[in-house]
Design a protein around this ligand. Structure first.
Ligand SMILES: Cc1cc2nc3c(=O)[nH]c(=O)nc-3n(C[C@H](O)[C@H](O)[C@H](O)COP(=O)(O)O)c2cc1C
Length: 368
């Protein structure tokens, strides 16, 4: 029997924040912030999603104040008066639209192309200077540089609280800086930040969480986004067993993560053999903390293929609702379906399936 959408549209509370429903807008880089400043058009774009029934918006990745954190001047920064003024307006408009909002704090690490990014004279930053395993593009970060970067995340979190956001998400996924520390392929340091020990590789993330907590206190919601897959290696798993996943997540959880945002490309895929649970399901079970699932929700194809030009048609979300009803996870993040249609959530709630939109690559060229 197919589920109703009642649970999806029921409120959920974590660390003192009540989101009106379980629909989360997944973070999506849009490159519409010239000079790194989000303008009125970006604020209106996010506001439309709140008005369209999305409970929690995670913004596109927005970069911390470190000299090589970004890779394009159209990616919004989360520092400097002009950018923060722009973000303040974004948060206010989303609140007026009835939603909650958190910035996704980001450092791109060695995924930055040094020559085409600003500060081209500066080498990119990575735990071991590796872009992919074995391919060195810079010297390993010094401890001083690591501290500066941690501090940049701390200040960004403080700014988020000050200008009215409801919490923050740390981008610890997809092979960017924080994930480059997590991944044994890009972290071959032999100090306390790395090496063959998975727990040592969490230390950079743990230090960031501790620094953020020292700045914003314990009562400001903190989401950590992580993924097994890397842009540099789609099939990689940093944890190949539930025990390994628990060992990896525990230090991060203990440091003060409120919610884990478990990035997968197809939410229905079992994470480990012998169980149907997906990555969010395992994370919730192992850590006892809320989890967000993501990946091809409401669409026929997945997002990496979409970058290659493949379109996706709307599909049923009944299987997702079944799993939500079983409490496998607590919230569901929707990417491309919300990129193309600000009213996706309301349409789902009101059963307006025939009005759902397909995703095409052209959708990425404008802020609908
Ligand atoms: C245009 C685009 C930009 C994205 N940018 C980000 C990003 O800045 N940070 C991030 O963590 N994920 C990013 N993602 C991944 C999405 O958050 C999401 O995990 C992915 O699209 C899968 O969800 P979907 O199948 O519902 O689209 C991006 C995806 C798309 C399509």
């Amino acid at each position: 029997m197919s589920q109703t959408t009642d649970k999806l549209f029921s409120p959920f509370t974590f660390n003192g924040l009540t989101v009106p429903n379980r629909v989360v807008m997944a973070p999506m880089t849009r490159n519409f912030s010239p000079g790194e400043v989000p303008g009125a058009d970006v604020a209106a774009y996010y506001r439309r999603r709140a008005e369209g029934g999305t409970g929690l918006i995670i913004t596109e990745g927005t970069t911390v104040a470190h000299r090589v954190a970004t890779m394009a001047e159209t990616i919004p920064a989360f520092h400097g008066d002009a950018a923060l003024e722009g973000w303040k307006r974004v948060a206010a408009e989303v609140h007026e639209g009835g939603g909650k909002i958190m910035p996704q704090l980001w450092h791109v690490g060695t995924m930055r192309d040094q020559k085409s990014s600003h500060n081209p004279e500066e080498p990119s930053a990575g735990p071991s200077g590796l872009k992919v395993p074995g391919k060195k593009v810079a010297e390993p970060m010094t401890k001083e540089d690591i501290q500066d970067t941690i501090d940049a995340f701390r200040r960004a979190a403080g700014a988020a609280r000050e200008i009215g956001f409801d919490g923050i998400e740390l981008h610890g996924a997809h092979g960017y800086l924080i994930d480059q520390f997590f991944w044994e392929g890009t972290n071959v340091r032999d100090d306390e930040y790395g090496g063959s020990d998975a727990v040592a590789r969490t230390r950079f993330g743990v230090d960031i969480i501790n620094a953020v907590r020292s700045e914003v206190g314990d009562d400001f919601p903190l989401i950590l986004r992580f993924s097994q897959w890397k842009q540099q290696d789609f099939d990689h798993k940093i944890a190949t067993t539930p025990d390994a996943l628990a060992a990896f997540l525990k230090p991060l959880s203990d440091a003060g993560v409120d919610v884990f945002h478990c990035s997968t490309r197809r939410f229905w895929e079992p994470e480990f053999e012998g169980s149907d649970l997906n990555l969010a399901g395992w994370t919730k079970k192992l850590m006892g903390k809320p989890a967000i699932t993501v990946g091809s929700i409401g669409l026929s194809g997945e997002f990496i293929a979409a970058f290659g030009g493949e379109g996706s048609e709307p599909t049923s979300i009944d299987k997702l609702l079944d799993r939500l009803a079983k409490d496998e996870f607590d919230m569901v993040a929707v990417g491309r379906a919300l990129l193309v249609d600000p009213d996706w959530a309301n349409k789902i709630r009101e059963g307006r399936a025939s009005e759902l939109k397909a995703f095409t690559q052209e959708a990425m060229t404008e802020l609908v």
